[in-house]
Structure formats: structure tokens, C-alpha cells
Design a protein around this ligand. Structure first.
Ligand code: ADP
Length: 351
């Protein structure tokens, strides 16, 4: 998915934005014990790493799946540090030819971790090359062209592939089957996000009250990346105000200025809900009509606003179009109509 200009501007955008990676780097937990939440995944990875260390072999290939901003890259870096192994980072879209991947694979050292972000976007010929590399630690280098081409097998060092994907459903089964372990990351609870924010505030030397921390966590859409970003914006506001500590009212005012409301909706989300309720009587309405009503690209509404609104029950997808739920109505200060339940009689299309 190409990132749209709207997504670049949004404070609640879950994907990483332009110059954010250096800022994020400073806030990344360095080992498994510092990694907050995701208890099941953490416990599973702990067993996997301990066993690999015992055997003195590289860990099995690992697939990390889940929405952006939940800690997939962070976990890959932690795996490397826990295994005292070097790590090479690349992504599906960065590999345009199978040859690019062959070059990376053949330059790995024994035990190295290869982190392949957005693995679902790997071109098919590169993916096919990966099958053999994952299974037999081998690539066949094709020399020459046409009928005279020959495949020369090249042995690779034992490495661990850590694949990350936001769309595990798009992964082919031959690729998925070659991972020894798949971890699915879930959205974080408010309490876990409070821990993320407290930790980041301490690292950034920001003095902030516990109720301001909970306020930020509630508006962070279950996503550590957004929590850290909102914390930085609230800190800016505190600095401009000359406050020695950020308190609840400071945090609320700052987030109001940035138009992130008390449930984490921003201007685009509220615009979509308002159009749905006020211009289309709560729906059902087609996505393209809705997008025109808010003056946005269909793609933006579909990939940026809709997933959050549907997941959190503000809006639903039905075979006849998008409909506002009772929560959607009340969130924008409107009373839901009595017949709203009948809109859901038809089964919703899977998001
Ligand atoms: P993804 O690769 O899934 O998009 P990242 O690993 O880049 O997400 O995480 C985004 C940011 O969120 C990182 O800078 C990191 O500081 C923070 N973060 C993510 N998960 C956690 C966690 N479990 N504990 C603390 N911070 C986290």
C-alpha cells in the first residue's frame, strides 16, 4: 500500500512516518525483559531462544504478524541481541529482483538474522528462491540465459529469517509453512501502553503525571508507536507552556490542539463518521460515495480511517455498504435511531 499524504500528516498513523526512525530507535527496548506486554509471544520466543542457545545453533525461522507499530521490528532487534547475532534489515518492496535477495543471502555470516519486513510484498521469483534458502540453506545461482542457462548451487551459512507482515493472509502457504514459528502481535491494553509511555518519558527525561500518562494511553489506539508520538507532541506543548511537569489538563489541551479526541479518533475519522450519520442517515452507503463526501481518496478512507472505525465498533461493513453503529452515532453527539439494529440483520462482510 502506498502511503498517502493524508497518512503522512496524521498523528494517529500507525505506520512509521518520514523522519521518525531515529526518534524511535532511542525508545526501543533492547531485550526481551524490557519488551512490554505480548506475554504469550514473549514466553514462546523465550523458549525458542533458550533452546537454540542450548543447542548452539541459530534459532528457527520466525514470522511476526500484526498491524504496524506494535513492535515487530523491535522484536527482531531483540532476537539479534539475545542471540548475540548480527542482523541485516531489509524489506519485501526493497527487493526488486531475485538476484537482490541472492546477493543478500550469500553475504550473510553464520548465525546472522535476516529481518525481512513486509515479506508479503516480496516479488514471486525472490519468494521462490527463499524456499530453498530457508529449508536447505542453499540458493541456485542461474548462470547464462535461455536453454544454455545452468543452475549452480551455492551453500549458505545457517541464518535465521525473521519475516514481518501486516497482512499475513496474503502470504502464500509454501512460504508460511517454512517458518518454524509464527507470532501474532495484538493491540496493547491501556495499562500496557501506560507502561510504554512511562518508560519512554523516563528515557526522554519528560516529567509527566500518572493521569496524563493514562490520558495519552487511552488515545493511542492500542499502538506503542502512536503512544510514543503523542507523548512527544504533548511534551512539545508542555515545553512551549514552560510547564515543569505535564499534568492531565496540559495533556488534554495538547491533544485537543492536535485534534486527537478522547477515544483516539482524529479529524479524518470523525469526518467519515459525521458524513455517514448526517449526510447518509447512518448508511448503508458505498465507500466511494463516502470518500467523495469527505473529500478524500477512496484508498485513504479504506486503508486509513475504516480499519480503526470498524475494529472499534464505530462503523460496520455490511453487504449493502458502510453503516454507523450506535457507538458511532453517540461518539459524534447524535442519538442513534431506534431501528439501527435491523441494519445488522444481514451478515457483515469480513473486514
Ligand atoms: P512495527 O515493526 O511492528 O511497525 P516497531 O517495532 O517499529 O513496530 O515499534 C514501534 C515503536 O514502538 C518502537 O520505537 C518501540 O519503541 C515501540 N514499541 C513497540 N513495542 C513495544 C513494546 N512491547 N514495549 C515498548 N516499546 C515498544
Amino acid at each position: 500500500m502506498e502511503r498517502t499524504p493524508v497518512a503522512e500528516d496524521r498523528l494517529v498513523e500507525p505506520a512509521i512516518k518520514g523522519e521518525e526512525s531515529a526518534l524511535e530507535h532511542a525508545l526501543r527496548p533492547n531485550n526481551l525483559s524490557e519488551f512490554i506486554g505480548q506475554h504469550r509471544v514473549r514466553a514462546q520466543i523465550d523458549v525458542l531462544l533458550t533452546a537454540a542457545r542450548h543447542r548452539k545453533t541459530p534459532a528457527d525461522h520466525i514470522l511476526l504478524s500484526g498491524p504496524p507499530g506494535l513492535g515487530k521490528t523491535t522484536l527482531a532487534l531483540i532476537l539479534a541481541s539475545e542471540m548475540s547475532a548480527p542482523i541485516r534489515i531489509t524489506s519485501g518492496p526493497a527487493i526488486t529482483h531475485a538476484g537482490d535477495l541472492a546477493a543478500i543471502l550469500s553475504s550473510l555470516v553464520e548465525g546472522e538474522i535476516l529481518f525481512l519486513d513486509e515479506i508479503h510484498r516480496l516479488p514471486r521469483p525472490a519468494e521462490e528462491l527463499l524456499y530453498l534458502a530457508m529449508e536447505d540453506f542453499r540458493v541456485d545461482v542461474i548462470v547464462g540465459k535461455g536453454p544454455g542457462a545452468t543452475a549452480i548451487p551455492l551453500q549458505l551459512p545457517h541464518f535465521t529469517l525473521v519475516g514481518a507482515t501486516t497482512r499475513s493472509g496474503l502470504l502464500t502457504s509454501p512460504l508460511r509453512d517454512r517458518f518454524g514459528f509464527t507470532a501474532h502481535l495484538d493491540f496493547y491494553s491501556d495499562e500496557e501502553l501506560e507502561q510504554v509511555i512511562s518508560r519512554s518519558a523516563a528515557l526522554l527525561k519528560i516529567s509527566i503525571s500518572p493521569d496524563a500518562i493514562s490520558e495519552i494511553s487511552r488515545r493511542s489506539r492500542g499502538t506503542p508507536r502512536i503512544a510514543n508520538r503523542l507523548l512527544r507532541r504533548v511534551r512539545d506543548y508542555g515545553q512551549v507552556q514552560g510547564a515543569s511537569q505535564i499534568d492531565l489538563s496540559g495533556a488534554r489541551t495538547a491533544l485537543e490542539i492536535y485534534e486527537v479526541d478522547e477515544m483516539g479518533l482524529d479529524r479524518l475519522d470523525r469526518g467519515v463518521l459525521t458524513a455517514l450519520v448526517e449526510r447518509f442517515n447512518g448508511g448503508p452507503v458505498g465507500l466511494s460515495t463516502l470518500a467523495i463526501a469527505v473529500g478524500e481518496e477512496i484508498e485513504t478512507v479504506e486503508s486509513v480511517a475504516e480499519p480503526f472505525l470498524v475494529r472499534n465498533g464505530f462503523m460496520a461493513r455490511t453487504p449493502r455498504g458502510r453503516v454507523a453503529t450506535a457507538l458511532g452515532y453517540s461518539h459524534i453527539g447524535r442519538t442513534p435511531p431506534a431501528q439501527i439494529a435491523s441494519l445488522f440483520d444481514t451478515p457483515a462482510i469480513d473486514a
